[in-house]
Ligand binder design. Structure first.
Ligand code: PLP
Length: 386
C-alpha cells in the first residue's frame, strides 16, 4: 500500500539526540552509559506499597479529568508551603501523564501557526518538536556566556508581536543551572510588562543541589500568564509512572482541561495514588537522593576541572555540561569517538540546540564506581587527543 501523506510538519521532527546515543550504547556491551535522564534509584518503597494495597482494595476507575481532589490538594499544599503560592485545588491544577503531557497540553492550548516561543538555550530536547508540530517557531536566546542563566534584557530583545510565550527550565536540563532570586525578580518585572505566557518547567525543582529553588508561582502579579509544570519523575525516581501536573489561573485551567481531557481523560489512577504518597509519606525522598547526587557532582566536577575542561558547576538536576570546544570538532563526532574508543557514552551538546554545540552532557544519575571508571576513561581519551 502507498502510505497516505502524513502530517507534513512531522518532516521537521527527528529522533532526539539523547535517544540516538542511548541506542548506540545499547549495541556496545562494556560501555559506561552516562546518557541517562532518569534517577538510578528505585521508586521509594512506601509509594510502591501504597499502590499495591490500593490496587487490591479499590476499583481503578477514571478520576475527575483534572485528577483526584486529594492529589490536587496535596499538590497545591506543596506549593503553598514551599513557595507561598496560592493555587486552588478545585480549578487551578491539572494532574497529567508526566511533565511531558503537561507541556504538550499547554502548547496545544495556546499556540497558533506562526507564533513564536522564546526559549533560553541550551534546552531540553522535548520542547522544540512540539512547537514545530504546531506550525510555530522556536526563538532561542543564548545563555552560554552567562553560565547558562538567562538575562532579562536578552529575553526582552527577542520579544516580537508574534511572541506567544517564553519557556524557562531550571534547574536546567542539560546544564544543571539554577536561577538566582535576582534573576527571577528581574524576569517577573519583565513578564509583568508584556502580554505573553510564561511557561516554567520545574521538573528538577526538588533536585536543587545548592541553595534554594525560587519559583515563579510565588509572584501573584504574573499568575494570570504563568503556566507551571512539575512532576515526580525526577524527584521521586518515578519516570515510568508517568505522573506530573500543571498549575495555572482558573481561567487558563478551564481551557487547558479541554485539551487534556480529549487527549487522555485523566492521568493513570494507580499513579495518582502513588503521587499522593510521594507528596505526603515520601516527601523527604528527594533529600536522600540529592545527598548522593551532590557527592557524585562534586567528584565529577573536580575530575573534569583537573582534566583542564571548561565547566560550570551544576547546582541542580543530575547533569554536568563541560565545554569540549578546545578539541575543535562537533560534539556529535566527539561523543561517537568517545564511545567507540573509550566506551563511555555521553550526549552531544548539539542535542540541546545550536547553543549546546561545543559541549557534552554527562549524567551523574549513576553509581560512584561507574563515574570513577568513566572519568578515568575520559581522561585517557583526552590525553590521546592532545
Ligand atoms: N522537562 C524536562 C526538563 C525533562 O528533563 C524531562 C525529562 O527528561 C521532562 C520535562 C519530562 O518529564 P516526564 O518524564 O515527567 O514526562
Amino acid at each position: 500500500m502507498n502510505v497516505p501523506e502524513l502530517n507534513r510538519l512531522l518532516k521537521n521532527v527527528g529522533v532526539p539526540g539523547t535517544r540516538q546515543m542511548a541506542n548506540r550504547v545499547a549495541q556496545m556491551p562494556g560501555s559506561i552509559d552516562l546518557t541517562l535522564g532518569q534517577p538510578d534509584f528505585p521508586t521509594p518503597g512506601s509509594i510502591r506499597n501504597r499502590v499495591m494495597k490500593a490496587v487490591e482494595d479499590q476499583p481503578m476507575k477514571y478520576s475527575h479529568n483534572r485528577g483526584t481532589l486529594e492529589l490536587r490538594t496535596a499538590i497545591t499544599e506543596f506549593y503553598r508551603k514551599k513557595y507561598s503560592a496560592d493555587y486552588n485545588p478545585d480549578d487551578e491544577v491539572i494532574v497529567t501523564n508526566g511533565g511531558s503531557e503537561a507541556l504538550d497540553t499547554i502548547f496545544r492550548t495556546i499556540i497558533n501557526p506562526g507564533d513564536e516561543v522564546i526559549m533560553p538555550a541550551p534546552i531540553y530536547t522535548g520542547y522544540e518538536p512540539i512547537v514545530t508540530m504546531l506550525g510555530a517557531k522556536t526563538v532561542l536566546v543564548d545563555t552560554t556566556d552567562t553560565d547558562f542563566v538567562p538575562v532579562a534584557e536578552k529575553i526582552e530583545a527577542a520579544i516580537t508581536d508574534r511572541t506567544k510565550a517564553v519557556l524557562l527550565n531550571y534547574p536546567n536540563n542539560p546544564t544543571g543551572a539554577i536561577y538566582p532570586k535576582e534573576t527571577i525578580e528581574s524576569l517577573v518585572k519583565l513578564f509583568d510588562r508584556h502580554d505573553i505566557f510564561v511557561i516554567v518547567d520545574e521538573m528538577y525543582s526538588e533536585n536543587t543541589l545548592d541553595g534554594t529553588h525560587h519559583s515563579f508561582t510565588t509572584y501573584p502579579e504574573i499568575k494570570g500568564k504563568l503556566l507551571a509544570v512539575n512532576g515526580l519523575s525526577k524527584s521521586h525516581a518515578m519516570t515510568g509512572w508517568r505522573i506530573g501536573w500543571l498549575l495555572g489561573s482558573d481561567e487558563m485551567i478551564e481551557k487547558l482541561t479541554l485539551v487534556h481531557l480529549y487527549n487522555t481523560l485523566c492521568a493513570s489512577m494507580p499513579s495518582q495514588i502513588a503521587a499522593l504518597e510521594a507528596l505526603t509519606g515520601a516527601a523527604d525522598a528527594p533529600v536522600e537522593m540529592n545527598a548522593a547526587y551532590i557527592e557524585r557532582r562534586n567528584y565529577i566536577y573536580k575530575r573534569l576541572m583537573d582534566m583542564g575542561l571548561d565547566v560550570v558547576l551544576p547546582r541542580g538536576a543530575f547533569y554536568i555540561f563541560p565545554s569540549i570546544k578546545e578539541y575543535n570538532e562537533s560534539s556529535f563526532d566527539f561523543a561517537v569517538e568517545l564511545l567507540e574508543k573509550a566506551h563511555v557514552a555521553v550526549v552531544p551538546g548539539s542535542a540541546f540546540s545550536k547553543y549546546g554545540e561545543g559541549h557534552i552532557r554527562i549524567s551523574f544519575a549513576t553509581g560512584m564506581k561507574n563515574l570513577e571508571e568513566a572519568a578515568d576513561r575520559l581522561e585517557g581519551f583526552l590525553r590521546g587527543k592532545k
